[in-house]
Design a protein around this ligand. Structure first.
Ligand SMILES: [Fe+2]
Ligand SMILES: [Fe+2]
Length: 275
C-alpha cells in the first residue's frame, strides 16, 4: 500500500473538500445538543459498569466503527490505536504509556450499547467522538466552528453563559463537567476497575485527550489550578502520538497482541473489565 506522508500542518484541517460536510454536521449537532443536563443524563445512563467484557474483545468490536469527526482518518479505530501504541513504543516510552496509546479510544465502544437519540451510535456520534468543551460555562472561540457556539441552548441560561458559569475560579480540571464522549467514559470505566494500576499521567491522557479548546486552544484559564499545568504537559506529550501517527499503513493486530497482552495484564489484571 502506498504511504501518504502528511505534513503536521495538514492534520486537523476542517475545511477540506468532501469530508467537511460530515464533520461540520457532526460538530453542529455536538455543539447544539451537548448541554449540562444532557451530560448528567448520559453519566447516569452509561456509567453503570454492568457489562463484563474482555479488553481484546472490546478492541475487536471497535473495529466496526469509523469515527465521523476525524478529518485525518477513515480507517477502523483499532488501526489508530495500534499506530498510536507503536509510535510510543518506537520512541522507547514507558510500557504504561504504550498501553494508554493502545486503549485511549476504547471508550468509543460505547456505541455497542448506545443509541441514535443519545448521539452514541454508528449513525449519530455527537455524544461519542469529537473535541470536547466544558458544559456549565461559556463556550470559547477556540472550539472548532465557533459560529455554532451561540446555538447551544445553555448559552441562553444565565447561570451557564458566563466565563465561570457554575464553577468556582481555579477549581481545576478535575472539577469541570466536560461534554460527554469516549474520553470520560473510558476514564470512569477504568477508575471503577479494581485492578487498574495505570499511573495518574496515563489516566489524565485518557480523560482529557479530546479537550482541544483547553490543551491546544488555551481557553478556560480562569478555571484552572496548579495541578492542571502538569496535566497539560502530560497531554501535550501524548497528543503527538494521537495525531501524527495516523497513516494508511495498517499494522497487524494479531501479531502485536502478543507484545501488548502482558503489558495490559500488568496494569489492568487478567479479568474482564466492566463497561
Ligand atoms: Fe480519542
Ligand atoms: Fe485517538
Amino acid at each position: 500500500m502506498e504511504t501518504i506522508v502528511k505534513e503536521k500542518s495538514e492534520f486537523r484541517n476542517y475545511e477540506q473538500g468532501d469530508i467537511t460536510a460530515a464533520v461540520k454536521d457532526h460538530y453542529y449537532k455536538m455543539r447544539t445538543r451537548q448541554t449540562y443536563d444532557y451530560v448528567q443524563r448520559m453519566k447516569k445512563k452509561y456509567l453503570t459498569f454492568e457489562r463484563p467484557m474482555d479488553l481484546w474483545d472490546m478492541m475487536d468490536r471497535l473495529n466496526a466503527l469509523i469515527d465521523v469527526s476525524d478529518p485525518d482518518l477513515n480507517l477502523p479505530n483499532i488501526i489508530h490505536l495500534l499506530q498510536s501504541a507503536e509510535g510510543i513504543r518506537q520512541d522507547g516510552r514507558p510500557d504504561w504509556m504504550q498501553l494508554v496509546g493502545l486503549i485511549h479510544d476504547l471508550g468509543k465502544a460505547m456505541y455497542l450499547f448506545g443509541s441514535d437519540e443519545d448521539g452514541t451510535s454508528q449513525a449519530e456520534q455527537w455524544g461519542l467522538v469529537g473535541d470536547v468543551f466544558v458544559v456549565g460555562c461559556k463556550l470559547p472561540d477556540t472550539c472548532v466552528y465557533p459560529e455554532f457556539n451561540q446555538e447551544n441552548p445553555d448559552m441562553l441560561v444565565d447561570r451557564f453563559n458566563s466565563e465561570l458559569g457554575i464553577y468556582n475560579p481555579g477549581c481545576g480540571l478535575d472539577n469541570l463537567e466536560l461534554a460527554w464522549g469516549h474520553d470520560e467514559y473510558l476514564y470512569q470505566v477504568l477508575k471503577n476497575h479494581p485492578t487498574n494500576t495505570i499511573p495518574e499521567a496515563g489516566m489524565a491522557m485518557i480523560r482529557f485527550h479530546s479537550f482541544y479548546p483547553w490543551h491546544t486552544g488555551g481557553s478556560y484559564q480562569a478555571l484552572l489550578n496548579e495541578k492542571d499545568a502538569q496535566y497539560l504537559e502530560w497531554i501535550k506529550d501524548f497528543n503527538q502520538y494521537d495525531l501524527y501517527t495516523k497513516s494508511p499503513v495498517v499494522p497487524n493486530f494479531e501479531e502485536l497482541k502478543s507484545y501488548y497482552m502482558p503489558i495490559a495484564e500488568k496494569y489492568l489484571g487478567k479479568g474482564p473489565i466492566y463497561w
